[in-house]
Design a protein around this ligand. Structure first.
Ligand code: GDP
Length: 445
């Protein structure tokens, strides 16, 4: 999880509430001081930290003398979660892609911010969801930009448009967009040039490309390592060209990430994704509430249900969501879910949405192994009968042997799959008992 250390520090501070028998102003101050110091450590601007502190104090002090300790504890926890969420939320809504028409997205940002890598990640994200995506290289400034995007596009099997020798970015952008529009592509991504620093030449070029291709939205890519300095950069880009939304990159490696996220949100530009690594699937959808819940290890049932909805074909969706909500989970559900998991996105992200499960369950760099295991599980489940999948007939030893033979696996592996299914079913049963509509469940803190 990005900013895991910050999450742990805030969680530790909130945990102290569970040990306190009396919660008075002194205890509240101590906890807020600890949270404030954790936020400042992550480079969050002191102004926003003070605002959060004051807001929590005002809300909680009003109730302090009238409510029972357990209720005060809950109130403090939920107010902190809410105020942290507010800190990362912006009022403006990002552009929503529409099916059945070309959606043109122009990527802008400084050189080295991760723009070209992010264009590819972005394309990959939507391709996995079934959109027809095309990539246009209009970066004529940086040597090697053409090759880099072309190679990236080939790796993710995305159609690419570019001219190695053409020096006019406006011409290429226009030709590329027209080409993909004629071919009825749905998402057309235009990668534009960056510069080492904000300068007039960069802004002028961005404006010319924008005027030529008339994008539906402009996406600003920013490197999180500059922390709260992101505020000024976001404002400057927004002034030069109307920025529709922002992607913050390199959040995997920077303790200053809290500063970057809160600073951008303060400009009211919505952050829609965060970059969390160099691989093409290291891109996470950003939603302030989900992010804070996952940061504090609270899980994100809303996000999980949404992800399941996006990844599972509509005819199977309703039943699966109903089953999860009822706390039921058959082997058939597991098979449908596992085959969808492969479309859902990085396993780490999916796992971190499940309350109580650590995102360390699938360590970074081991996603490939986990994906291979899921594929073997799917082979085994494909060798099961309907009764076995619906769990109406248990898998006894002879049946385990048959499934193993049928799927070309070993009986121990089938037994392992059944154990895993038991664990999942137990977890889903626990979900069923939770109030899925509640904003936060702090039992896990
Ligand atoms: P551009 O000049 O803005 O197009 O930047 P590039 O896309 O070439 O990226 C610059 C460097 O940042 C490359 O080495 C990328 O692999 C790296 N990079 C991009 N996004 C991320 C990210 O989210 N995390 C990490 N760790 N590296 C990233």
């Amino acid at each position: 999880m990005v900013l895991a250390e910050l999450g742990q520090k805030i969680t530790q501070a909130l945990r102290k509430l569970n040990q306190a028998t009396v919660i008075d102003e002194k205890v509240l101050n101590e906890i807020l001081t600890e949270i404030a110091s954790a936020l400042l450590g992550a480079d969050v601007n002191i102004k926003y930290v003070a605002k959060l502190r004051d807001a929590v104090k005002t809300i909680v002090t009003l109730q302090m003398n009238n409510a029972a300790v357990a209720n005060i504890r809950k109130l403090i926890q939920s107010t902190v979660v809410q105020e942290l969420t507010n800190m990362l939320q912006s009022e403006n809504k990002p552009y929503e892609f529409k099916k059945g028409k070309p959606n043109v997205v122009m990527f802008v940002g400084l050189q080295g911010s991760g723009k070209t890598t992010t264009c590819t990640k972005f394309a990959y994200h939507y391709m996995r969801k079934g959109w027809r995506v095309g990539l246009v290289c209009a970066d004529t400034f940086r040597a090697g930009a053409f090759e880099q995007l072309k190679m990236n596009a080939a790796k993710i099997k995305c159609p690419f448009f570019g001219h190695k020798k053409e020096t006019d970015p406006v011409k290429i952008a226009q030709e590329g967009v027209n080409f993909f529009k004629e071919q009825k592509f749905e998402i057309i991504i235009v990668d534009t040039s960056g510069r080492h620093k904000q300068e007039t030449a960069l802004f002028e070029e961005m404006q010319q490309v924008q005027a030529a291709v008339n994008p539906d939205t402009a996406l600003f890519v920013m490197d999180s390592s500059i922390g709260q300095a992101c505020y000024d950069q976001a404002l400057a880009f927004n002034k030069a060209i109307k920025v529709g939304s922002v992607i913050i990159t390199k959040l995997d490696g920077h303790a200053r990430g809290g500063g970057a996220l809160s600073a951008v949100s303060a400009t009211q530009s919505p952050i829609i994704f965060i970059g969390t690594g160099e691989h093409f699937d290291d891109l996470e959808s950003f939603n302030a509430s989900s992010f804070i819940k996952r940061l504090l290890g609270l899980g994100d049932i809303g996000g999980l249900v949404q992800t399941v909805k996006e990844a599972i074909p509509e005819d199977k969706q309703k039943k699966m969501v109903e089953n999860i909500q009822k706390g039921e989970f058959s082997l058939r559900d597991m098979r449908d879910q596992f085959s969808s998991v492969l479309n859902m996105g990085p396993l780490n992200q999916v796992v971190s949405m499940i309350p109580g499960l650590s995102s360390n369950l699938i360590p970074k760099g081991r996603e490939k192994e986990s994906t291979a295991r899921i594929k073997r599980f799917l082979c085994m489940m494909d060798s099961m009968t309907d009764e076995e999948l619906d769990c109406t007939k248990p898998l006894v030893e002879l049946r385990i042997l048959r499934v193993a033979r049928g799927s070309g696996t070993r009986p121990e592996e089938v037994a392992f799959l059944l154990e895993e299914h038991k664990k999942f079913a137990k977890m889903v049963a626990q979900f069923g008992k939770m109030n899925l509509n509640s904003q936060t469940d702090l039992k896990n803190l």
